[in-house]
Ligand binder design. Structure first.
Ligand SMILES: [Zn+2]
Length: 66
């Protein structure tokens, strides 16, 4: 629960991180091979599929302090 919304937070291991992503928390790159988290809304009005497609990759530390 954060910002009045429910979020799914899925940990991604280093072995699963196969390409770089832009972290919305710090604007930096989550490099491939770096363990991080994937976050998407759990209460989106468009349904789970749309929320999944809109998921974001965050540095684990950025998500914790955001
Ligand atoms: Zn970050």
């Amino acid at each position: 629960m954060r910002g009045g919304r429910e979020w799914h937070v899925q940990p991604i291991s280093a072995a699963q991180a196969l390409k770089p992503y832009r972290c919305p928390g710090c604007g930096g790159v989550v490099d491939e091979g770096v363990a991080h988290v994937v976050v998407w809304r759990a209460d989106g009005v468009l349904g789970d599929q749309a929320d999944l497609e809109a998921r974001r990759h965050w540095h684990a530390a950025c998500w914790r302090v955001a």
